[in-house]
Design a protein around this ligand. Sequence first.
Ligand code: FE2
Length: 377
Amino acid sequence: MTDPAALAAPRTRDFMPLTGIDHVELYVGNAAQAAFFLTRAFGFREIAYAGLETGVRDRASHVLAQGRIRLVLTGALDSASTIAAHQHRHGDGVKAIALGVPDADAAWQEATDRGAHGLAEPHTIADDHGEVRVATIAAYGDTVHTFVQRDGYAGPFLPGYAPREGAAPEEPAADDMLLTIDHIVGNVDLGQMDEWVGFYERVFGMTEILRFAGEAISTEYSALMSKVVSDGSGRVKFPINEPAEGRRRSQVDEYLEFYEGAGAQHLALATRDIVGTVAELRRRGVAFLAIPDSYYDDVPARVGEIDESLQDLRRQGILVDRDDEGYMLQIFTKPLGDRPTLFLEIIERHGARGFGEGNFKALFEAIEREQDKRGNL
Ligand code: FE2
């Protein structure tokens, strides 16, 4: 007799439980001004700071929060620093995608046993608010994953950071436009996608939940291939893109050229009211990719009933897609910095678990118009 409970039990233990994306750290050319931009334009609040005033001699780090999103903007204070070298090569970009874990030592052990390249062994950082256990492994390009075990910490961010006005929100504030990081996309070199999908499967126990390639997402000029890995809880989702042969240079090729290697392409930030949020972001000066008016002609036939008015979506340039489980709305900003590399996505899900595959073609055509203006198509 087979015990039904045994059948229902998970086949394998989750050797790498993740509580979510703890924070994302960007290395930038001017952290003070990047923080000013992201707070003014996107509604983040600065909750913590480390720099000369707090006894840190080599960097200035501004910690921004909104909803459960935490971004750290770090700039170098001297030319010899590895932060300066990273920014010199890549421009402003994502350095660390930090993952919350219940046990940083166990996460490090499991990851390195499974072939991850260790960069910083587990160690404790502490201040008056308690202690945090951290460890770091390498990811694609010069990007890293830091494991953060913060159950013993009550400070605004991490030990060594001084609080700013408003301190860390436990729950999203009522007026937060942006709530969580829905997914973070990595661009890797041609032929490397399967290797990195394999890395997340092997090292993190993630599973491939979606893949896209070929006709459905290619245009006259460019194509890409994408596979999405997710942890068991669905809280951490990493699409991995690589360029595919196109008639001309694809957007992934352009990223890889200007980032000078693999790196994080975009952060998708979730909202509950994308129409209101995008209107407010536009009012604050955020520039989004322009969508051709003709895109909306076939939306009713393609997507069916949705709660939002098509007029509002058209006015704001918001894209809409549907899968078996519901629909989703999304929009993409123009690159945040000087190089055509990192950008943000704003996303609102109504059941759909996809990433806007049905929009890729319309979207790529919009991106290519921008590439063309830059002489990169
Ligand atoms: Fe996305």
